[in-house]
Structures are given as C-alpha cells and as structure tokens.
Design a protein around this ligand. Structure first.
Ligand SMILES: Nc1ncnc2c1ncn2[C@@H]1O[C@H](COP(=O)(O)OP(=O)(O)O)[C@@H](O)[C@H]1O
Ligand SMILES: N[C@@H](CCOP(=O)(O)O)C(=O)O
Length: 321
C-alpha cells in the first residue's frame, strides 16, 4: 500500500477549507501505487483524489505535471484534472508534503488485459502524444541514459545479491545503450509510465489515463517501447506477439510510426526495460522491511531486457518495418 505520509482529519479539513469542494464525509488511503501517497475523499460534492507528493517527485516539476493534465484534458484526452484552490493555486501543503486535489476518474485497471485492450492502449498513447503538442513547459527525462547511470551507481555494488553476474551484465548494457541510443527520432511529451494500473477501463472501453508523474519530453517511440514492455508480456515472461501487434496497430491508426522509429524499437525497448529494472532494483535494495508498499520484482524487467537483446527484426514484435 502506498501511503508513505499519514494525515489527520483536522489537517485534512484545514487543507480542504482552501477549496470549494464541499464538506468532507470520509477518506481512506489507497492500497495501490508506488510513488506517492494517495487518498480517496468523499465529500458532499464529487469524490476526489488527494495526492501527497513523495520521494521521487521534485516540487519544481509539479507545475509541469499539473499543467500537463490540464493541457491534455483541454485537448479532449480523458485524464484527471487538478482542482484549483480558491486563490487559484493548484498546489497546497499537507503533513509537510506538497499536495494536490485531483478529480476522480471512473473506471478500473485491468488485471488480465487482452489484445483488444492493448489496441485501445496503443490508440490512447498516440492520442496523448498528439494532444501533448503545444504544451509550453519542458521537462527533460530524468530517467534516461544519465539518470540510469546515477541509479546504477547506487545499486551496482549489491546487484549480485539479486542475481549473480548482474553487475557485469548491466554495466555492459549501459555502455551498449549509450553507444546506440537513437538521437533523431520525433520527440514530444511522453507519459513514461503507462502501465496497466495507469489505464482505466469501463467494460472494454478505455475511460482514461492517470499518473502523469513521470511524464517528460523524450522520444515518442520510447513511450511505445514502455507500453510494449508493460502490456505485451505474459506472467510467464513470454512476449505475446498478438498483443504487440494490436498495440502497435492501435498506435499507428492514430499516429504513424516512421521506419526509423520502428527500426529503433529493439534498442528503445532494451532501454525502457532497463529503466524499470533499475528503479525496481534500487527500491528492492533500499525499501525498509515493513514499509507500506508492495515492492516490484526487478528480475521481471531483466527477463524482458534479455528478450529485446535477442530481437533480430521488428517483425518479432508483430510488425514488419
Ligand atoms: N484520478 C484518479 N481517479 C481515480 N482513482 C485514482 C486517481 N488517481 C489515482 N487513483 C487511484 O490511486 C492509485 C494509485 O495512483 P497512482 O497515481 O498510480 O499512484 P503512484 O503515483 O503512487 O503510483 C491508482 O491505482 C488508482 O486506484
Ligand atoms: N510502473 C512502475 C512503478 C511506478 O508505479 P506506478 O504505480 O506509479 O505506476 C513499475 O512497474 O516498476
């Protein structure tokens, strides 16, 4: 459960007094998520999400995240909206953390997505990429090549505790990616964490995207590779080519992928697998026992990384270039 910071009812009521959201009737911590503390609030008006921003979120990045949600929603993307306080500010403070109230999005995330859902995710990702055009604030990706090196330096010494030989394997991988990372592909605003728990469905219909707290400016095709990793592998670690095809076709039906973007998918997918491996590894090694969060398995992403290393042609993802 991701509630790192506790709140008291009295502090919450004082915080809410700055907003025009009705009276608080109940609140509870949300038993999902990894990065921030989230609470579901019921009021005499609409239900709301309260987010307290935690360790990996820089306060200076919050205008990007909150402004982006507004920008995307204004352009017709279904995503939550930050609510303004009476003084117009989108951000307040609660229990010493920066905090915001976010509109509640109806829907559930899918525990067992099928190819038809992957197609919808591909479409929604492409729609987000198009809707992100014109967003004025810029945020470089803090979790790309340079950020991976920094994370790796914090974990490398203990990596072999997780699997023997990891220290050498990951050091070589980082060197490979630094030498082969594409530079001239289309870029824009990417979600950067569009995993299953961040996509809501009502029945088979995609009802919206949440959790823009890793969003940044980067290669659009890198975001596609993140979704291939998050959506198109089965529990046993096997890549599901039908899901891959559906996701890529869904994406291309809204925003075409160039030959260069397609050709770069294997290296981008290695990079995105490494990115999630590294944050999971760091958390695995540093989260104290008993913390109210479910640690995610870094080895799941190591297996995905190894799969992409073995890709000889993008046809293996379900499409020919
Ligand atoms: N706007 C929202 N509407 C409905 N539920 C939400 C909303 N934002 C977050 N949640 C709930 O909170 C959970 C954790 O949110 P998330 O933003 O993924 O947290 P974290 O940034 O900590 O990973 C989600 O899985 C969902 O259940
Ligand atoms: N998706 C990441 C962890 C980030 O968690 P989220 O709850 O913000 O999606 C992973 O799976 O490692």
């Amino acid at each position: 459960m991701a509630v790192y910071t506790d709140i008291t009812e009295i502090d919450l009521k004082n915080f809410l007094a700055e907003y025009d959201v009705g009276e608080l009737t109940s609140y509870k911590g949300i038993a999902e998520g990894v990065e921030n503390s989230n609470f579901l609030l019921h009021t005499t008006k609409d239900p709301l999400i309260l987010t307290l921003y935690e360790k990996r979120v820089e306060k200076s990045d919050l205008p990007f995240f909150l402004g982006l949600m507004q920008h995307l929603a204004d352009r017709g993307l279904n995503c939550p909206l930050p609510l303004p306080r009476r003084d117009g500010a989108l951000l307040g403070e609660l229990s010493t953390r920066p905090a915001a109230l976010i509109s509640f999005l109806e829907g559930m995330w899918l525990r067992k997505p099928e190819a038809k859902h992957c197609r919808e995710v591909g479409k929604a990702l492409a729609a987000m990429h198009l809707a992100g055009e014109g967003f004025e604030i810029k945020r470089p990706n803090a979790l790309s090549l340079e950020g991976w090196k920094v994370l790796w330096e914090k974990s490398a010494d203990r990596a072999d505790e997780v699997e023997k030989g990891l220290q050498d394997e990951i050091s070589s991988e980082l060197a490979y990616l630094a030498a082969h990372w594409p530079k001239d592909l289309p870029d824009g605003v990417i979600h950067a964490d569009l995993f299953q728990d961040n996509v809501f469905f009502l029945g088979d219909e995609l009802s919206g995207l949440i959790d823009f707290y890793f969003a940044c400016n980067d290669l659009l095709a890198y975001d596609v590779s993140i979704c291939l990793n998050a959506w198109c592998f089965e529990q046993d670690g096997a890549y599901n080519v039908t899901k891959g095809m559906a996701l890529l076709e869904g994406y291309r039906s809204v925003r075409p992928l160039s030959d260069a973007e397609l050709a770069a998918l294997p290296v981008l997918s290695r990079g995105s697998a490494l990115r999630f491996f590294l944050t999971r590894l760091y958390d695995w090694l540093t989260t104290p026992a008993g913390a109210l969060v479910v640690k995610k398995d870094p080895l799941e992403y190591l297996k995905k990384l190894r799969f992409h290393r073995g890709i000889a042609s993008v046809a293996e993802y379900g499409l020919s270039a």
